[in-house]
Design a protein around this ligand. Structure first.
Ligand SMILES: NC(=O)c1ccc[n+]([C@@H]2O[C@H](COP(=O)([O-])OP(=O)(O)OC[C@H]3O[C@@H](n4cnc5c(N)ncnc54)[C@H](OP(=O)(O)O)[C@@H]3O)[C@@H](O)[C@H]2O)c1
Length: 339
């Protein structure tokens, strides 16, 4: 089967290889992968910035969708022909997080989806909503679930709440779509006025260019009559956290998700306690959260925003496109085109 692998860090070392097709054993399913999607984490992983101890060689990418072609003995939830996605965190089934549940990330601790076939345990796989194509479904396991977790577990977003999204990448656009499902108000920042216009077609209420307005918290305050936002979907990291702390309302939530602009920051701790800020780390989400999210996506017929699709042969170009931040929503790598 075709697969991509890294045997040492660096995007230049991401290469197509020919590997034996895996076979499924008891309790596992063999999936023919049709589409995968890229997350910023996948770029960090290949560069060696995510897990410097990554075991090599490694097949990258946490996110992919495909068709079950064979099931092992004892499998009860799947049959050949089922359309499924893999779970980002293979061991987090339900309940709160733990050290053990935080291990077993596809495309990191374990081989990922950038291959024609993958074998996963039955519990590491879930059905996806019927109205979605493989390309759309491939965007769900990381970006969508992370946004879902931020809105509905880290916070309890409800109609009339104000949430802030940063940029127009995968997590942020899903957060926008989920927030609009429940009637929340969404304020968003972007480096591009064009992308802000595009986000408005998805329901963004107000947008601001963060390149021209690096101190965007005062804009959020103005937009909320001086109160601040209920939830900040914080993907920027060290370059945005200070602004997020000012932009959130007293008693509001910052869902700390990303590190796009860096990882180290000095925190004004007094502000955390005086303003009673709930600063919560998010690490994707559980199988149970994914099933709840999929029910909501099916019920609302929500369509993930696929900004660009690359054929598998152009996988490295897809990573470069992500690196340059040109995308809006998700970047997909299709295994069905460019064979
Ligand atoms: N903790 C978790 O479980 C988890 C899960 C998923 C992702 N993440 C992290 O979350 C972050 C976003 O991931 P993603 O996959 O959604 O990324 P992505 O699709 O690559 O999105 C990147 C976009 O973010 C915007 N951006 C970049 N720097 C920014 C800044 N300083 N301030 C505001 N916006 C900025 C840009 O949007 P514009 O072009 O519009 O400016 C850029 O295109 C990454 O750090 C990723 O590692 C964490």
């Amino acid at each position: 089967m075709r697969a991509f692998q890294i045997s040492q860090f660096g995007l230049e070392n991401l290469r197509q290889v020919d590997l034996p097709t895996p076979s499924c054993g008891p309790g596992t399913v063999l999936i023919r992968v049709h589409a995968t999607s890229l997350n910023y984490r996948d770029l960090l992983m290949v560069r060696g910035h995510y897990d410097p101890k990554l075991q090599m060689p490694r097949i990258p990418l946490s996110d992919g969708a495909g068709e079950v072609v064979e099931v092992g003995t004892g499998v009860t939830r799947f049959k050949p022909g089922d359309r499924v996605v893999g779970l980002f965190l293979q061991h987090w089934q339900d309940g709160g997080p733990s050290q053990a549940k935080s291990r077993g990330g596809l495309g990191g601790d374990l081989d990922g989806m950038l291959a024609d076939y993958i074998v996963l345990p039955e519990n590491g796989v879930t059905h996806f909503p019927a109205h979605l194509s493989y390309e759309e479904a491939a965007t769900l396991p990381c970006a969508a679930l992370t946004a879902w977790n931020a809105l509905f577990h880290a916070a309890a977003t409800k109609p009339g709440d104000t949430i802030v999204i940063q940029g127009t990448g995968g997590v942020s656009i899903f957060a926008l779509q989920f927030a609009k499902l429940v009637g929340a108000r969404v304020l968003g920042t972007s480096s591009s006025d064009e992308k802000l216009q595009q986000a408005k077609t998805l329901g963004l209420d107000e947008g601001l260019n963060y390149k021209n307005n690096p101190e965007w918290s005062s804009w959020v305050k103005k937009q909320t009559d001086g109160e601040g936002a209920d939830l900040i979907v914080e993907v920027g990291g060290s370059g945005t956290l200070k602004e997020s702390m000012k932009a959130v309302r007293v008693g509001g939530t910052i869902a700390q998700i990303g590190i796009l602009s860096g990882v180290e920051e000095t925190l004004a701790i007094t502000s955390v306690l005086m303003r009673q800020i709930r600063l919560i780390g998010i690490y994707v989400g559980s199988h149970a959260m994914m099933q709840a999210m999929n029910r909501a996506i099916a019920q609302s017929q929500l369509k993930p925003v696929v900004g660009k699709v690359f054929p598998i042969l152009k996988t490295v170009e897809a990573y470069r496109y992500l690196e340059q931040g040109q995308h809006f929503g998700k970047i997909v790598v299709s295994l069905d085109t460019g064979k």
